[in-house]
Design a protein around this ligand. Structure first.
Ligand code: MN
Length: 129
């Protein structure tokens, strides 16, 4: 749904720019962070419905940040979709074990990415009924 808040956590500038552009065009309210520390700062004032979480981040990685957020009653309702490099075998299992609700592989595709995000939001809306 248009206007829904989404946070993108991604340290790769090209991926971050593309994902932000694609979601902004769809009408989402998009915020970004380049690492876990910045993500926590954004989350102090912005409560997204979905976080697109790159797993490989400088400093604290996306799996550890996901575990922390899912253990916090204030944040555990946020849908977290892991984003990782295609070649990283085993990441899907690790993402799910850490509490991620979904998983996507890079590169971000201009055609399928917005549809996948919409699907995650729709599924969650259905489950909440
Ligand atoms: Mn990364």
């Amino acid at each position: 749904m248009a206007g829904e808040p989404i946070l993108i956590v991604e340290d790769n500038p090209t991926n971050l720019k593309l994902a932000k552009l694609l979601l902004t065009v769809e009408g989402y309210e998009v915020r970004t962070a380049v690492d876990a520390e910045e993500a926590v700062k954004v989350l102090a004032t912005f409560h997204p419905r979905l976080i697109l979480m790159d797993l490989q981040l400088p400093g604290k990685n996306g799996l550890d940040l996901t575990r922390e957020l899912k253990a916090d009653p204030h944040f555990k309702d946020i849908l977290i979709v892991a984003l990782t490099a295609y070649a990283m075998k085993g990441d899907e299992d690790r993402a799910k074990a850490a509490g991620c609700d979904g998983y996507m592989t890079k590169p971000v595709s201009a055609t399928t990415f917005p549809i996948e995000i919409a699907d995650y939001l729709q599924k969650q809306a259905t489950l909440a009924k």
